[in-house]
Design a protein around this ligand. Structure first.
Ligand code: ZN
Ligand code: ZN
Length: 365
């Protein structure tokens, strides 16, 4: 109750934002001053009140993350000095992605989908390598599973998946992220979780099940109609289990979640400075409101961890958004599988692409 309130704006002073970005530490100030002038011009937009590139965080209800999870903010200096944060090294600079169960209603769709996500991560974490591990079935992970009492949908145990990923983690991995279209639960007493990660082990698992259009509807085809007594070793229940239709909005939400969660693995905490990908979110509506891009403070954090050139990174993101061609290497393994022509549904990324083009104008003045 009392969840409704007038929309509030979290407004910080110019000085607060400037310090959060540049810091007052002389070493970090001079590090900032050595950045490309265009990059500085873009990041300085963080504390220009009239900026049309970055806007303040808005709070729409008391169930929003910022009011319900008070957390200490993290500025650039705190990030930089965090001794626990994992930093990619030349020996460990690969992000591995592992799909668990089918991501699409056909094998071809499933394989394309994970490649789209891979391509997006490559552009977002520009300069790092992103590789796909061979897709695995749910049974291969030996995880526990259940039928959720509220939704009647199948769920797999997030912690067991993390253990599986940790065992499979290659030598040169910075991290391994599992992605699945099956809903997750963290422990028996919990309803569900969107994802779970272990920052110390550099592994994470994220489900996009609830990002489909119809997960909560009574027509959802994934519902297990007759919740049969399944033994926890009978994984046949996952055979041909329903997965949401791949739409542009599902792809957008998946890319957003994946890069937000990977951001945590790089040591970025929830952003409380400006509207930003790294803002916490409590519910889907709030996650949808969060932009696809990083605010300058989080961008500087990621840049310091990864070492990219900002223009090149944005160019890579635009290339990914423009490229709707299908990977021709996807050919059906069996003759009965139709060779479908599949286009990457990028319509939902249009707003972000236009935003990046505005950034180019500032970066390349
Ligand atoms: Zn988060
Ligand atoms: Zn931010």
């Amino acid at each position: 109750m009392g969840a409704f309130m007038k929309m509030q704006i979290v407004r910080h002073s110019e000085q607060t934002l400037k310090t959060a970005l540049i810091s007052k530490n002389p070493g970090l100030v001079s590090q900032y001053e050595k950045l490309d002038p265009g990059e500085q011009r873009l990041m300085n937009e963080a504390f220009h009140p009239a900026s049309n590139l970055f806007r303040p965080i808005t709070v729409h209800s008391q169930s929003d993350w910022i009011t319900s999870h008070p957390e200490a903010p993290q500025d650039f200096e705190q990030f930089f000095n965090d001794a626990c944060r994992k930093i990619p090294s030349p020996e460990k600079q690969t992000i591995y992605m592992q799909s668990i169960g089918s991501l699409g209603n056909t094998r071809v769709v499933s394989e394309e989908y994970i490649k789209w996500l891979k391509g997006y991560c490559e552009a977002f974490f520009y300069g790092l390598t992103v590789k796909l591990l061979e897709p695995v079935s749910v049974s291969a992970t030996r995880c526990s599973f259940r039928v959720n009492d509220h939704t009647q949908n199948l769920q797999i145990h997030a912690g067991h998946i993390l253990k599986f990923l940790k065992k499979k983690k290659p030598e040169d991995a910075f991290c391994v992220v599992g992605v699945t279209m099956i809903d997750l639960y963290p422990r028996d007493s919990w309803n569900f979780v969107f994802g779970q990660a272990s920052l110390t082990d550099g592994v994470g698992i994220f489900s996009f099940a609830r990002y489909g259009q119809d997960f909560y509807s009574s027509h959802y085809e994934g519902k297990v109609k007759k919740p049969r007594r399944t033994s926890s070793s009978d994984y046949s229940i996952f055979d041909n289990y329903y997965v949401p239709e791949i739409t542009s909005i599902l792809l957008l939400r998946s890319c957003k979640t994946l890069t937000h969660e990977l951001g945590h693995i790089f040591g970025l905490r929830h952003c409380q400075w400006l509207a930003c990908l790294m803002q916490g979110s409590n519910h889907l509506e709030e996650a949808d409101r969060r932009p696809l891009n990083l605010c300058p403070i989080c961008l500087r954090k990621l840049q310091s961890a990864v070492g990219f050139n900002i223009v090149e990174r944005y160019q890579a993101l635009v290339r990914w958004m423009d490229d709707t061609s299908t990977d021709t290497r996807v050919t059906p393994k069996h003759s009965r599988e139709k060779s479908v022509s599949l286009q990457k549904p990028v319509e939902a990324f249009k707003e972000c692409k236009e935003w990046i083009i505005k950034c180019f104008a500032v970066l390349q003045k």
